[in-house]
Design a protein around this ligand. Structure first.
Ligand SMILES: NC(=O)c1ccc[n+]([C@@H]2O[C@H](COP(=O)([O-])OP(=O)(O)OC[C@H]3O[C@@H](n4cnc5c(N)ncnc54)[C@H](OP(=O)(O)O)[C@@H]3O)[C@@H](O)[C@H]2O)c1
Length: 279
């Protein structure tokens, strides 16, 4: 039985929906609702309580772009629970209005800091879920053979190489030829390709770590101006699926419980939807 969960970026969108579903499924579990704004977190908690949910939900101030904030959150959690059963790295930002440094900082470096910080208090069968995206899969597919090779030969991948790739992507004189921004939705798709790759590497390095990447699918939330064709309810269920299905394979990327390729072109129905022709 799950007794404690921490989910980042949970004051709205898919994170909030995930808290809702988890507090219904595990009414006695302590759920830390991570939020960079305490007031937005409190508003989210008020909404939950109005639905008679979230009795044991606690608002946790946590800004993924700040190592100090992550450290403070860790101290708080460590003082509240002996162990953490599930860590869901959900918070994320798109390329819209954000620099590449911000996008990599929140979507990739923040996740690594969270994992490095919280792994020591993970329960023995603790689970880490990294919320990645199919946009990373499409982005990897749009990369040239050299970059695709770097990401797919997982035995040669290191965290340092992934960090170097983020620096190269932002360099005015990059060593690598990166796909055009329209192919990767700017740095967002690259950050998610690297996040999925990092998840694979972590799983390969740590046979005792239950770590997995998930994609919620294209859902109606603020990250995309509410343009997605899936509901947040369905997307959140896709995020928390591994909690209910412990026989998943570590290091893979799942959507709706089905493992996904690490590199593939955008599915035609999504391409059609994006170009204005709804399914
Ligand atoms: N929606 C989709 O179609 C879709 C598809 C694939 C993957 N995803 C992924 O799903 C995850 C959740 O996205 P969403 O759709 O729910 O988007 P959303 O509605 O925009 O929610 C994003 C959440 O992340 C938080 N956040 C952003 N930067 C943060 C930071 N530095 N520290 C802490 N929290 C931060 C936001 O907080 P504020 O309210 O303070 O901004 C918000 O709570 C993201 O990782 C996203 O990439 C979404």
């Amino acid at each position: 039985m799950i007794q404690s969960v921490l989910i980042t970026g949970a004051n709205k969108g898919l994170g909030f929906e995930a808290v809702k579903q988890l507090s219904a499924a595990f009414p006695n579990a302590i759920i830390f609702l991570g939020t960079r704004s305490v007031s937005r977190g409190q508003e989210a908690l008020t909404k939950l309580r109005a639905e008679n949910l979230g009795e044991h939900v606690q608002v946790l101030e946590l800004d993924m772009s700040s190592d100090d904030s992550i450290k403070r959150a860790f101290e708080y959690v460590r003082g509240s629970v002996a162990n953490l059963d599930v860590l869901i790295n959900n918070a994320g930002i798109s390329s819209e209005g954000n620099t590449a440094a911000d996008v990599f900082g929140t979507n990739l470096f923040g996740v690594k800091t969270m994992i490095d910080t919280f792994t020591p208090i993970l329960s023995q069968n603790g689970l880490i879920i990294n919320v990645s995206s199919e946009v990373g899969t499409w982005s990897q597919n749009s990369m040239n053979a050299e970059l695709q090779d770097l990401l797919s030969k997982i035995e040669d991948v290191t965290w340092e190489k992934l960090a170097d790739l983020t620096a190269d992507y932002q360099s005015p004189t990059p060593k690598h030829t990166w796909p055009s921004v329209d192919k990767t939705f700017g740095p967002y798709g690259v950050s998610k390709a690297l996040l999925t790759c990092y998840t694979r590497r972590l799983a390969a390095d740590n046979s005792n770590l239950r770590v997995v990447a998930v994609c919620p699918g294209y859902c109606r939330t603020e990250i995309n101006g509410n343009t997605g064709f899936r509901s947040p309810t369905v997307g959140a269920a896709s995020i928390i699926w591994p909690i209910f299905n412990p026989s998943f394979e570590v290091g893979l990327l799942y959507q709706d419980g089905v493992s996904q390729p690490f590199s593939a072109p955008m599915a035609p129905h999504i391409a059609a939807y994006l170009s204005g022709h709804k399914e």
